[in-house]
Design a protein around this ligand. Sequence first.
Ligand code: GLU
Length: 339
Amino acid sequence: MTDAERPQPAPGPARAQLEPGRGAKSFAVSRLAPSPTGALHLGNARTFLVNWALARQRGWRVVLRVEDLDTPRVKPGVVDQTVRTLAWLGLDWDEGPHLQAADLGPYRAAMRELASRGLAYPCELTRGEIQAAASAPQEGDDGEIRFPPELRPHPITPAPFTDEQTNWRFVTPPGAVAFRDRFAGEVAIDPSETVGDFVLWTKRGCPSYQLAVVIDDHRQGVTEVVRGNDLLDSAARQICLSRALGLAAEPTYTHLPLVRGADGKRLAKRHGDTRLTSYEGAGIGAERVIGLVASWCGLEGPREAMSARVFLERFEFSRMPRQDVVFTAEDARWIAEDS
Ligand code: GLU
């Protein structure tokens, strides 16, 4: 039985006692974590609506965190637009928006700690060099190539974290990381097999997604991570890293099935323009988008336009289909129809 079928325990003091690392925070916290590198599309709308509805139904606090570290790809104005789009959908939050790029201090502190303990090392190898060294280059879902173990320096000397213009990699320990996902059930992934020594800090002078997520989920007191299934593999990396940093509590994960195009590929530009700003610009109401998301989430009754509020009232986590969702030509037509 997964959590999808199980009645949920109420968040409360009992949970807090189990998690002394969270200090004064005794409540459950989820986060909406959009990346402003591209406009939010229908797949993002599905993830955010489910995340938000779960949080509001179960009394979790919601933190909005904009993951704007990938600076070359973050265009001016996109952060504000991302926040406006979430509000257009009818979502709200209790804290934020927090911008990751506003203060790199906490990520630097983590790097200093890892480097001084010999758990991170600078690595100047290019992607091409790593690919050439790998006997059968494997690329993860996130485009990261498995780092061949023989390329790790030996021995690793604990060093100060001074060079921020170089990639730094994590000394990924061998062994499977086991965790229970509210959707995927029991999961065991060995990051030393899937990606090896992954990047913690990039030569662009900023932390990698993996490091930033672990630090922020901890300092923002996040206890619930709800996101797409493409990040299931990353969860194992993040747990490993959080253990290396001695962060007491790990969040509970809920990885949702993906939204795909009719060709089975992850929803992307080639499946048509599903950007939420394009629907808004065309005068299509958020209610149409939410109506489509609702039908993907197994809400009872015929497909109909609805507000986020109504979605919240009618959403039942246990009824969410377990398989990936397909965005069809019929869906595209329905969303553009007059309600
Ligand atoms: N910012 C990531 C995204 O938009 C989500 C990361 C996460 O939820 O951990 O895909």
